[in-house]
Design a binder for this molecule. Structure first.
Ligand SMILES: C[S@@+](CC[C@H](N)C(=O)[O-])C[C@H]1O[C@@H](n2cnc3c(N)ncnc32)[C@H](O)[C@@H]1O
Length: 300
């Protein structure tokens, strides 16, 4: 179908489609981002060989439209990501938050650690966290040796610890890429040699995440707009996702995250995002330019 035979997008149709996208995934397209939305809608319309935006809207809300709705949402997400993104914040995670959690948990003889990368894109954030946790645990036990001999060869996660990192997203194509865990030289630019040597195998032109590290990370579909989100996390990373939501949706998401976190758990948001003025359920932790938010315990 040629572009000229498609009737132009009216304001009313744009509003309908904007509202539908917002209702489905929380993404808010203000005036600055309407152009992007229009462009992506046009592409999908052509792909579906429809001649009006209203018929496209009708398709999306119909019983047969679920697949097209996920295709549209895939086209609207921004999937930019990298390994070791925001180093100052990761240093706070590694040197303070993780240490604090390991110590508190060990005191209670709770040896499980649950981390959630919410809006994980192609997996670099989740694998970065897995590498930092593996190194963090090794260093912790170098200073606080266990009362028994470590099995040989040393496992990545020393027993009795169990570490689960959940990486979730709304886009199936990025989840597949994360699960595959093979990255180009360009994508590896922020991974230094010691990490490459220990955690990756070179397969052809790409760097494949080693099996032991892959086993720590589990990829799954979760739409942050819904109420049914993974519970009992010690740490949530949700970076560069909330910035695409409007304020009411950000408030709702922060509320949900507070319910998804264990007592004293931590939430990390992106460099351009903040919880200030949006909630009283978290206290800011700031060290050497890195910021995180710790869930405040309500006294009963
Ligand atoms: C810019 S990437 C951020 C990736 C990574 N967290 C980082 O900071 O490097 C944003 C990701 O959030 C995902 N996303 C957007 N809306 C979502 C929603 N409602 N539920 C789950 N994921 C969502 C997108 O698909 C995209 O992969």
């Amino acid at each position: 179908m040629s572009t000229s035979s498609v009737s132009p997008l009216t304001d009313a149709e744009l509003k309908l489609l904007q509202a539908l996208v917002y209702q489905e995934c929380g993404m808010h397209f203000d005036e600055r981002r309407t152009h992007f939305l229009q462009d992506r809608l046009q592409r999908r319309l052509r792909e579906c060989q429809l001649d009006s935006f209203y018929s496209y809207y009708r398709l999306l809300i119909s019983a047969n439209g679920r697949q097209e709705l996920s295709a549209l949402l895939e086209n609207l997400t921004v999937n930019e990501t990298s390994f070791f993104r925001n180093k100052a914040q990761l240093e706070l995670f590694h040197k303070y938050v993780l240490e604090d959690l390991l110590r508190r948990k060990q005191e209670r003889r709770d040896f499980s650690l649950k981390i959630w990368s919410a809006g994980c894109s192609t997996g670099q954030e989740a694998y970065t966290l897995a590498m930092l946790v593996a190194d963090g645990l090794a260093y912790y036990y170098l200073r606080n040796p266990l009362p028994f001999d470590m099995p040989s060869p040393k496992p990545l996660i020393p027993p009795p610890w169990r570490v689960e990192i959940l990486a979730s997203d709304i886009s199936y194509s990025v989840l597949r890429a994360g699960q595959e865990g093979a990255y180009s030289e360009n994508q590896m630019s922020s991974v230094d040699y010691s990490y490459r040597l220990r955690y990756f195998d070179k397969v052809g032109e790409r760097y494949a995440v080693k099996k032991a590290l892959k086993e720590v990370v589990h990829f799954d579909f979760h739409n942050l707009k819904t109420e049914y989100l993974p519970q009992r996390n010690d740490i949530i990373f949700c970076r560069n996702v909330m910035m695409y939501f409007d304020e009411p949706e950000q408030r709702r998401l922060i509320e949900k995250f507070s319910r998804c976190l264990n007592p004293g758990g931590f939430l990390f948001v992106g460099h351009a995002e903040s919880l200030l003025g949006l909630t009283e359920r978290f206290a800011m932790v700031h060290r050497n330019s890195g910021t995180a938010y710790q869930k405040i315990e309500v006294q009963r």
